[in-house]
Design a protein around this ligand. Structure first.
Ligand code: SF4
Length: 691
């Protein structure tokens, strides 16, 4: 054993952080990580990584890891054995199901965990509990983008590959900050812009790194992207610059779109968005002159009451200009978490079974009922947003959640935490005692990605395999084993002994991923869905000019305009924007446990413009309290030209549970997807120390 401990080992893994899906070798000795070594054959990143992929792994050996199951007894959490915890959780779930029916229970899956674990969680909800109440955190970020894609193009994934972005003649980035949120992807764009003369248009409230390099920078009023996108689309059509042959042959609904666009004149757009007519015309001309264009977008678009509609407008613009289905073109919603794409692909959303097959389709139901040997639930399930409301209403009694810091990352955190207090049973599965875990009744200690096998799917629909670097820390178990063991205590007879069995069962049931086999994913091999039965994959969608609708044509979809909610007013006079930071990931539960990263960026700050700093007589380092109608947080100020006027920017990570941005955000949401309008929030700033 000692010999084994001292052996240096090299293991391939996939990054646990963002949706770019970088893969690399990790060199270890015992549980010590010696180095992270990217390889040329890594499909998404080759030899690149960012700071998180390179240095962000110490958390696996943190002394704060949960290593024993816990059960709440009054205000205390008591360590118990695995058998006790599993029996207790199963017994309580059975009681609640018996007393209130299966729909009184809901499950929330994890876009940080593997495809196999996500598949099992939705199977647990539907086949073991008997409810369609299953969702994952794409509800908080990218579901509106998926809606926009499905409405117009048919499939809910990036239409091309990351390499297409480097090949494009023009990249347009709307409401995204790839330099910090998707760093390796951003490097590809930066390089193409510098060396190939690729054009770059950025639309953002904040002058982020790529915005500073852009050929055209648009700074719309918050929440008005749909207006300028539609005005540019209309101008292109009015000039006769649209791709009429492509539209004629491949897209339905052009007349209805043109009619709807009639309101979106340049004058109207200038008035509503604050972007000058000249800049809008320049934007349209640059699009017209580019043989190929790709559009990337992220939470600056999706986390608005207009998220699905603006995503639809982006897809309409791509179709109008024929920028779909060719190398260097396409729609790229940049997925946030490492496996947010996979959580959706493997069925962790109400209505959709794996491969986006609808649970209300009779043929699909029959297939799953036969394969799983159960009757599927007949009622459409709740999404995350409705779950919170239904707990408050007293209709949802139990929640089983894994790998998700919902208490801090769902919007209106006080409202969400008040809901957790009302649950009869809350089962939380995590690697740390998170804020969410504080509300739990049972806590299962899980294993991070380095301690398990399985697959992740990145933003470009690429399924990649991760290998186990370490044995799970003593006392911890991979999530798929915990879900399996809980299911078996509730009468299932799941015999899975390895994630490969789960992957092959899951993919074999879908049309989209039919040909995926674990063996095809050895080493750095990967597959981009759709994957045909013979194992052929699809790096670029729609290249044959057909779309997955009955007549094979794409669709222009007429969006609906809603004005932004919660605009600044007398009491809350500043607009608060928020998002990620390069060094930390998401809420920061992992990266604040990495010593090097924590030392470099120990806490978040609020970015304030020079103009506002002068008005309020504050300097960098001032202490302020931001107050919204929903809560308050205290932070230090950084004065920067990244933000302007009365706009603030607050990173979403924090080492302190009571200072998360979501104490300020509201419960307003996009009507189509129920994604919270995180980016629509007004606050007032109270100066506590001006510095
Ligand atoms: Fe990981 Fe994303 Fe950084 Fe790549 S770009 S190393 S996937 S965090």
């Amino acid at each position: 054993a000692q010999m084994r401990e001292s052996r240096i080992k090299r293991t391939k893994t996939v990054c646990t952080y963002c949706g770019v899906g970088c893969s690399f070798d990790i060199w270890t000795k015992g549980r010590k990580i010696l180095k992270v070594e990217p390889q040329m054959e890594a499909p998404a990143n080759q030899v690149s990584t960012c700071i998180k992929g390179k240095f962000g792994w110490d958390f696996v050996n943190s002394d704060n890891r949960l290593t024993t199951p816990l059960i709440r007894r009054g205000d205390e959490f008591v360590p118990v054995t695995w058998d006790e915890a599993l029996n207790y959780a199963a017994g309580r779930l059975a009681e609640i199901k018996e007393a209130h029916g299966p729909d009184a229970i809901a499950c929330i899956s994890s876009s940080k965990c593997t495809n196999e674990e996500n598949y099992l969680m939705q199977k647990f909800a539907r086949a073991v509990i008997g409810t369609d109440n299953i969702d994952n955190c794409s509800r908080y970020c990218q579901t509106p983008a998926t809606e926009g894609l499905k409405r117009t193009l048919g499939l809910g994934g990036d239409t091309g590959s990351i390499k297409d972005l480097a090949m494009s003649d023009l990249v347009m980035i709307v409401g995204a900050n790839p330099a910090e949120s998707h760093p390796v992807l951003s490097t590809r764009i930066r390089r193409a812009h510098k060396t190939r003369g690729q054009k770059l248009i950025v639309a953002d409230l904040r002058k982020n790194d790529l915005a500073k390099r852009a050929d055209i920078l648009l700074h719309p009023r918050a929440g008005t992207d749909l207006i300028w996108l539609s005005a540019v689309t209309k101008y292109i059509i009015d000039q006769g610059w649209h791709d009429s042959a492509f539209i004629e042959e491949r897209v339905n609904g052009f007349d209805a779109l043109k009619e709807w666009l009639s309101t979106y004149t340049l004058d109207y757009a200038e008035k509503e968005t604050g972007i000058s007519k000249d800049v809008l015309i320049e934007t349209a001309e640059m699009i017209h002159n580019a043989p190929t264009m790709s559009i990337c977008w992220a939470m600056g678009v999706t986390q608005h009451v207009m998220g699905s509609e603006t995503s639809t407008a982006i897809c309409n613009l791509l179709l109008v200009t024929g920028n779909i289905g060719r190398p260097g073109t396409g729609a790229y919603p940049l997925r946030g978490h490492n496996n947010v794409q996979g959580a959706g692909d493997f069925g962790c959303a109400p209505t959709y079974l794996p491969g986006y097959e609808r649970i209300d389709d009779e043929a699909v139901r029959a297939k799953y009922e036969k394969a799983w040997g159960v009757e599927l639930p007949k009622t459409t399930g709740m999404d995350n947003h409705r779950m919170v409301e239904e707990i408050h209403e007293g209709n949802l009694k139990a929640l089983y959640l894994f790998g998700e810091e919902m208490a801090l990352v769902d919007s209106n955190a006080n409202h969400v935490q008040a809901a957790f207090e009302k649950l009869d049973l809350f089962i939380v599965q995590d690697i740390f005692f998170s804020k969410t875990a504080e509300f739990a009744d049972v806590i299962f200690p899980a294993a991070p990605s380095l301690e398990k096998e399985g697959t992740f799917t990145n933003t470009e629909r690429r399924i990649q395999r991760l290998y186990r670097v370490f044995e799970p820390l003593e006392g911890c178990r991979p999530d798929w084993q915990i879900i399996r063991d809980l299911a078996n205590r509730l009468g299932a007879n799941w015999q899975y002994e390895h994630p490969s069995e789960i992957l092959e069962e899951a993919c074999g049931l879908t049309e989209l991923m039919k040909g995926v086999r674990y063996g095809l994913l050895e080493g750095y091999n990967s597959l981009q869905w759709p994957v045909l039965e013979d194992g052929t994959d699809t790096p670029h969608l729609y290249t044959d000019g057909t779309f997955p609708f009955d007549d094979g044509k794409a669709r222009f979809y007429v969006p609906v305009w809603h004005p932004p909610v919660l605009e600044p007013n007398e009491e809350y006079d500043l607009h608060l924007n928020n998002g990620r930071m390069l060094e930390h990931f998401h809420e920061g539960n992992l990266t604040y446990r990495v010593e090097g990263i924590r030392e470099k960026t120990p806490y978040p700050w609020v970015e304030v413009s020079e103009q506002l700093a002068k008005e309020r007589k504050i300097s960098t380092g001032a202490l302020v309290r931001l107050v919204s109608p929903y809560g308050a947080v205290k932070l230090r100020v950084v004065i920067t030209d990244r933000v302007s006027g009365h706009e603030l920017y607050l990173p979403m990570n924090t080492p302190k549970d009571d200072e998360a941005v979501n104490y300020l955000t509201s419960s307003y949401h996009d009507d189509v997807s129920h994604t919270p309008a995180y980016k629509e929030i007004s606050v007032r700033m109270e100066v506590l120390e001006s510095k």
